[in-house]
Design a protein around this ligand. Sequence first.
Ligand SMILES: CC(C)(COP(=O)(O)OP(=O)(O)OC[C@H]1O[C@@H](n2cnc3c(N)ncnc32)[C@H](O)[C@@H]1OP(=O)(O)O)[C@@H](O)C(=O)NCCC(=O)NCCS
Length: 180
Amino acid sequence: MADDAPPGGDPSVPTLEDGVIRLRPLTLADADAWLEGEDDVIRRWFQFPRPSTRADVSAAIESWARSWREGGRVRHFGIEAGASPTLVGGVEVRDRGEGSAYVSYLIFAPHRRRGHGSRAVRLAALHALQDTPVTRLVIIVDEDNQASRAVAEAAGFRLEGLAEAWEHVELGSMLRYVRP
Ligand SMILES: CC(C)(COP(=O)(O)OP(=O)(O)OC[C@H]1O[C@@H](n2cnc3c(N)ncnc32)[C@H](O)[C@@H]1OP(=O)(O)O)[C@@H](O)C(=O)NCCC(=O)NCCS
């Protein structure tokens, strides 16, 4: 399958929706919208060293698509909302071994504070816990990232304590939220 072909028809790719948002794997056709969605808030909390280029975004989408095809450790979804529908962000579940996986997420600026982040994390978490061997989900978040901490809590995660250095590449004081 070409990297820009939708993985539709592959039984390992679930359709996840809740009546407001829908999660689906990204294709290269999403690259412009993904690039346009990146803002300083996303760059700040993911500690990107510079704004992403189109080549960065294409490479990321190709690696996510490859992971879907090959049953790799990353299950990355674009988040769609609205009748049109519009790409409003992304959420991913990344296996970290021993039945545990990281969840991370972002919502593009024009679509924030409408509950999309919380909905996406809830859907991705349910999928991981029900449809994959994962039994424990982990969100690593900067202690100053109030929006992300609120999303984790709204999605049923509880604060466990300070994250250990091996659990993140970001600098700063990072917290670990877990579910269940
Ligand atoms: C974190 C993020 C995904 C939240 O997405 P969202 O769709 O706006 O989140 P929700 O609408 O589900 O918000 C849930 C609750 O979070 C809280 N919240 C959201 N944004 C907030 C902000 N900027 N400051 C304080 N609290 C905030 C609110 O309590 C909100 O509920 P309310 O607005 O109804 O009161 C978004 O801000 C984002 O993309 N940030 C940059 C990337 C990032 O930090 N990702 C997480 C890395 S761990």
